[in-house]
Design a protein around this ligand. Structure first.
Ligand code: PLP
Ligand code: COI
Length: 337
């Protein structure tokens, strides 16, 4: 693991030492345990397979310079998973079970956490699925909560090199739909538009608000932010956006480093107000946006080849906290070991 350059390794499935599995039956969760497997055996009637009754989370474990293993705001992921579960009528995973599962998964797979400074992290994927014999459109009789992990590098090729995006006419979520919840259906809805963008040479597509198609909502599976000429950090707010934990952290960090930070509508016809732009999320971290193409018109932000100074400053501050190099004044970091 030590010799790998994780900036080049991308975001791919890899086998590890095992995963955490807990079962919900007759109204209660069991204790759950680590299993040395990467398969689950479930009924063919499972609602997760037919009706999309499932949700998931994405988070990372970071190796610090002094070898401590750190998580970033795991309670926020636990909370968002409870909210996603409510939206599709699944039982909530209690915070204690969620955090214990994540920590046990990390400790069992400690050898897979890339070294400090390698550009890699251990990506954790908690998920909750409706299982058990069933065929009607109704909530499942039983549930499985599972956490597995894998070492990852950059989500978008290039890491901190800017990449370009194109807006799509497809919607990933409806105005009163499930966009705010981290449920699989939103991602199934994004596959075709993603492929179309990639086949035209873009890193991914940008979703506009599903009601009017005039405002930016999401950058693939990440949130959008822009920095204005006046040094304001702006990120969209909408009921169909997934509330990114990275985005909320950046809103705070932007204030901490002296920028004016706010959530407001980002009209796709007014992109020229931004001198820098980026995509943010757990997997994407911060990916600088070189340019956005919308209806044949290309808007270039700072540069298509160089990261802008404020984007770099936000990135350094965020990853500095995550890897334990910058003082964690907001109490966001949780030590696993
Ligand atoms: N938007 C979507 C659609 C996502 O899937 C993700 C990833 O979780 C994000 C944004 C970023 O959210 P977070 O920063 O909590 O990982
Ligand atoms: C994340 O950023 O963790 C995500 O879940 C994005 C994507 C891999 C689904």
């Amino acid at each position: 693991m030590k010799e790998m350059n994780w900036n080049e390794m991308g975001f791919e499935f890899r086998e590890t030492n095992g995963m955490f599995v807990a079962h919900y039956k007759d109204g209660a969760w069991d204790q759950g345990s680590m299993v040395k497997d990467s398969y689950l055996t479930i009924s063919v009637g499972s609602t997760a397979l037919h009706y999309g009754q499932q949700c998931f989370e994405g988070m990372k474990a970071y190796r610090a310079k002094d070898d401590r293993i750190l998580l970033f705001r795991p309670q926020a992921n636990a909370k968002r998973m409870r909210e996603s579960a409510q939206r599709v009528l699944m039982p909530e995973v209690p915070e204690e079970l969620f955090l214990r599962a994540v920590k046990e998964t990390v400790l069992t797979n400690e050898e897979y956490i890339p070294p400090y400074g390698s550009g890699g992290t251990l990506y954790l994927r908690p998920f909750l699925i409706g299982v058990g014999h069933n065929i009607g459109v109704r909530p499942a009789p039983e549930y499985i909560f599972c956490v597995f992990c894998m070492p990852v590098g950059s989500y978008f090729k290039g890491g901190m090199r800017p990449v370009n995006f194109i807006t799509t006419d497809y919607d990933r979520a409806a105005p009163q739909g499930t966009g705010q919840a981290k449920v699989g259906g939103n991602y199934a809805a994004s596959l075709l538009s993603h492929n179309e963008a990639v086949s035209q040479g873009y890193a991914d597509c940008i979703y506009l608000d599903p009601l009017t198609h005039t405002k930016i909502e999401e950058v693939g599976a990440a949130n959008f932010f822009g920095i204005t000429k006046q040094g304001e950090f702006i990120t969209p707010q909408s009921p169909s956006i997934l509330g990114s934990i990275t985005k909320y952290s950046l809103l705070q960090i932007a204030e901490d480093i002296g920028l004016n930070a706010k959530e407001e509508d980002v009209f796709v016809d007014e992109l020229h107000r931004f001198v820098e732009a980026g995509a943010c999320g757990t997997a994407a971290v911060i990916s600088p946006i070189g340019a956005i193409c919308h209806k044949g018109k290309k808007t270039v932000f700072h540069s298509e080849t160089e990261v802008g100074p404020l984007t770099k400053k936000l990135y350094d501050h965020l990853t500095g906290i995550q890897f334990g190099d910058v003082e964690d004044i907001h109490g966001w970091v949780v030590e696993v070991k």
